[in-house]
Design a binder for this molecule. Structure first.
Ligand code: IMP
Length: 191
């Protein structure tokens, strides 16, 4: 009998999800990340910039674990459509509401995959002269990297699998799953 953590859940006739990282592990790791980040910037107001939409739960949980002053804003870029492969094109679809000049900015992203999105965002944000610019990603898939970008604070390094849940989607679905789960196609009966 598989444990709840590794149970395969059939979600449609063709798709199934299998937990990779439970909600409890995500929460524990976010506490650690918040502690680490605050140690590096003990006095600063941390201005979190969440990348819509995948980072919303990560940002919400991280913000509440960070002590001291925190503010946040959101930015959006074009991402994957219905496929699990990136087009390689990054486009800004929503800009920030407030200026970041002289702020300590923490870019909050759900997953670092090819690195194209983070590379693009870091380039445009750097031009706006923040006091500090750091990045945190909940998940890092280093095998897929095509740029030499890296995140300063990484939640989990994961294998090259397409994952959903905790904000991450496939064609806008599965964001509301509590666990980070692997999405499989056409093998709903397999463990
Ligand atoms: P990158 O530009 O290839 O690093 O991809 C970054 C974006 O692609 C993320 O913000 C996600 O929106 C999306 N993405 C990459 N890998 C996955 C995945 O495994 N599941 C869901 N979305 C993903």
């Amino acid at each position: 009998m598989p444990t709840k953590e590794f149970r395969v859940q059939k979600t449609s006739s063709r798709e199934s999800v299998k937990t990779l990282i439970s909600k409890a592990r995500v929460q524990k790791r976010i506490k650690e990340l918040a502690h680490e980040i605050r140690l590096d910037f003990p006095e600063d107001t941390l201005h979190l910039v969440g990348v819509l939409k995948g980072a919303i739960f990560f940002l919400a949980d991280l913000a509440r674990e960070l002590h001291g002053n925190v503010s946040f804003d959101f930015i959006a870029v074009s991402s994957y459509g219905k496929n699990t492969d990136s087009s390689g094109e990054v486009r800004l679809t929503k800009d920030l509401d407030v200026r970041i000049e002289n702020k300590t900015v923490l870019l909050v992203e759900d997953i670092l995959d090819t690195g194209l999105t983070l590379d693009y965002l870091l380039r445009i944000l750097r031009e706006r002269k923040p006091k500090h610019l750091r990045t945190t990603v909940l998940l890092d898939k280093p095998e897929r990297r095509v740029t030499d970008v890296h995140a300063d604070y990484v939640g989990f390094t994961i294998p090259n699998e397409f994952v959903v849940g905790y904000g991450l989607d496939y064609a806008e679905r599965y964001r509301n799953l509590s666990d980070v789960s692997i999405l499989r196609f056409g093998d709903a009966q397999k463990k």
